[in-house]
Design a protein around this ligand. Structure first.
Ligand SMILES: NCc1[nH]cc(CCC(=O)O)c1CC(=O)O
Length: 339
């Protein structure tokens, strides 16, 4: 069978191209197969209005998913934190590669840290999660809504439009802009978004037996990749990263808040007694522990609820759901203004 290139669909932002290019390199090296990048322009790239007004960050994702479902691309690379918790029928989250630094960072050209920024300071972010946690610090600074790609946001701080901006460490690392970071913010101060720092590799669901003979539809027989999801998992997935984001996403799904809500979650796989946090060698996560922390905030940051639980890595979804239930019982929806 001819080994045509694997078509990897990507957004065309600098960040998306950087992370997709890195995954393409890994695939070429490990599969010895050509991989071509297919740039997909999304509504979120075209529009200048606030992301929260055009349906959330899901707008970045749906064009890539449409291309997968239409058979125009073989796999898509997403920032996992922008991926809605529900995977559409016909698609599968095939792999979560080794996760980057999960923390947020401050880019503050004047050199002031978060603790030093006082009531006179203007701090830029487009994220309700960051805005609420920034306000909850109680330093009184003004949170200014900004959007644009990572470089645009750094420039707003350098040009003095705001005193500082909060961004993801992972994004700056992938763009080789860590030089701009003035403070790495610990998760105790600002808890990152569920899935932050992780990538998601999605593909169409195909039968492991090969081009699906048992599935209807004009596009079904076209694929050359029976078991592509299994292959991608085998070459790209990191068991610890995968377990952690499964717990965080189960929490997010359980709290029914969506990916632009003022919600943070961070799971850490613990080096449990007698177990290795990585794999048993067969790709399955070893039986260990996970520590899951979460925060929900009132949109104005006036109140925040923080909770954490530790549970088994065997069932990260159950842990995420339990933590969501706890926060719901503690009044999360009333706090977030969603009930
Ligand atoms: N919402 C946009 C977005 N999606 C992924 C990243 C950075 C990479 C990551 O968090 O994995 C960013 C930029 C940011 O939040 O600063």
């Amino acid at each position: 069978m001819a080994r045509r290139p694997l078509r990897l669909g990507t957004r065309r932002s600098a960040l998306a191209l950087a992370q997709s290019g890195q995954i393409a390199e890994t695939l070429r090296a490990r599969l010895g197969r050509p991989v071509e990048l297919v740039e997909i322009v999304t509504e979120g790239d075209r529009s200048q209005v606030a992301i929260s007004q055009i349906g959330g960050t899901g707008v970045f994702v749906s064009a890539l998913r449409d291309a997968l479902l239409a058979g125009e691309i073989d796999l898509a690379v997403h920032s996992l934190k922008d991926l809605p918790t529900a995977t559409p029928a016909g698609l599968v989250l095939a792999a979560v590669p080794p996760r980057a630094d999960t923390r947020d960072v401050l880019v503050s050209p004047g050199g002031r840290t978060l603790a030093e920024l006082g009531p006179d300071a203007r701090v830029g972010t487009g994220s309700p999660r960051r805005a609420a946690q920034l306000r909850a610090l109680g330093h009184g600074f003004e949170v200014v809504p900004i959007r644009g790609n990572v470089d645009t946001r750094i420039k707003k701080a350098i040009d003095g439009e705001v005193d500082a901006v909060v961004l993801a460490h992972a994004g700056l690392a992938r763009l080789d802009r860590l030089d701009a970071v003035t403070e790495v913010i610990p998760p105790e101060v600002i808890l990152p978004a569920p899935g932050q720092g992780a990538l998601a590799i999605e593909c169409a669901r195909t039968s492991a037996a090969g081009p699906a003979s048992d599935q209807a539809g004009p596009d079904r027989g076209r694929g050359i990749d029976g078991g592509l999801a299994e292959l991608l998992r085998f070459v790209l997935d990191d068991a610890s990263s995968s377990v952690a984001v499964r717990a965080e996403r189960a929490f997010l799904a359980g709290i029914e808040a969506g990916c632009t809500a003022p919600v943070g979650a961070l799971a850490q796989v613990l080096p449990g007694a007698g177990s290795h946090p990585d794999t048993r060698g067969d790709g399955a996560p070893a039986v260990g522990g996970i520590r899951l922390r979460a925060v929900v905030s009132a949109p104005d940051g006036g109140r925040v609820l923080r909770r954490e639980l530790t549970g088994s890595a065997v069932d990260p979804e159950a842990l995420g759901q339990r933590l969501a239930d706890e926060l719901l019982s503690a009044g999360a929806h009333t706090l977030m203004g969603t009930s």
